[in-house]
Design a protein around this ligand. Structure first.
Ligand code: GYE
Length: 320
């Protein structure tokens, strides 16, 4: 009896799946899987590479109809985009959550509508039964690696650090701060100031200008939560008549092309990698979840870390 019931349930689910497709799973009767992707925005080189990777993976040739939204780093706009995907009746939703908190209601709505959600890149604080899976990077470990480099570089020499934080409330800003703090415990590094530069070059520059006005050449070290903010800060440091990488040492995270160039040029001293090329893995997870496969809740992609010599060697062949 139990077995028959189970068979009926499976058949019903299969039918529901079929009719979902025929009725358009978002309006397509072309056999394509319609996926709504709620991207954060276009704040950085990392983000451009991530968007490109997602668009390439979710192509028509690969069987997808991608509905793309970039929310300009506004959490309410991103939640509204997800809600509109639910209303459109897409087959699956992918989210790169701008911030960690505030997702419970809309994820529950997706679940109630029977639309699976896959997270990429950033994590969120909602219960993990509100989404199918997540693929991304270990941001705490990235922060820790950056901190380990700094602790080794400065040891117990008294060192004044300023920090450019990522988007406030985002998983990478929270985790990279935490990992770094842990790694520099017991070193001579003290934090003079720490403010958000929203993961952008423009804000990295403006906030660094403020730090330089306030602390001038007292600053020994800059920890930037991403390359773009470090690159903005480099402009401010040069404008203040100081030499980035020499007067002020710089450690950042991402290893995007322009960051690696600055590392090769000696203007950044160390970069921890954060791989943005997640598209193929996300697309595979979406196909699997729609096929009813069981997935792990988290898939972590490996990162490296680089010094000047690595940057010089790797620059010509880096894909982003
Ligand atoms: O480090 C930063 C981007 O979430 C890991 O977001 C990502 C971060 C990345 O804007 O450059």
């Amino acid at each position: 009896m139990k077995k028959i019931l189970a068979t009926v349930a499976v058949a019903a689910a299969a039918l529901a799946g079929l009719s979902g497709c025929a009725a358009g799973g978002g309006g397509s009767d072309d056999g394509l899987i319609t996926v709504g992707f709620a991207q954060t925005g276009s704040e950085s080189g990392w983000r451009s590479a991530n968007t490109e990777s997602m668009k390439a993976a979710f192509s028509e040739e690969n069987g997808f109809n991608l509905v793309f939204n970039a929310a300009d780093n506004k959490p309410e706009a991103q939640i509204a985009a997800v809600r509109s995907f639910i209303n459109q009746g897409v087959d699956a939703i992918v989210i790169a959550p701008i911030v960690e908190d505030g997702w419970d209601d809309v994820l529950q709505e997706a679940k109630d509508a029977g639309i699976p959600v896959v997270l990429e890149d950033r994590t969120l604080t909602s219960s993990d039964d509100l989404y199918a899976s997540w693929v991304g990077l270990d941001f705490t470990r990235e922060g820790e690696r950056a901190g380990e480099w700094a602790a080794k570089e400065f040891g117990d020499t008294p060192t004044n650090m300023v920090v450019l934080e990522g988007t406030t409330g985002s998983a990478p800003a929270n985790d990279r701060a935490e990992g770094f703090a842990k790694a520099i415990e017991g070193s001579g590094i003290v934090t003079l100031d720490s403010q958000t530069g929203n993961f952008t070059r423009a804000d990295g520059k403006t906030v660094m200008e403020g730090f330089l006005q306030k602390y001038g050449s007292d600053i020994d070290l800059l920890y930037a939560h991403n390359d773009d903010m470090a690159l903005g800060a480099i402009e401010a440091i040069k404008a203040a008549g100081l030499q980035p990488g020499v007067d002020i040492k710089i450690v950042s995270i991402d290893a995007v092309h322009d960051g690696m160039q600055a590392l090769a040029d000696g203007e950044i001293n160390h970069i921890v990698e954060c791989n943005p090329l997640l598209g193929d893995q996300v697309a595979e997870l979406v196909k699997k979840v729609l096929a009813g496969d069981t997935l792990e809740k988290a898939y972590i992609v490996d990162d490296g870390e680089f010094d000047q010599a690595d940057a010089i060697e790797l620059l010509p062949t880096r894909p982003y």
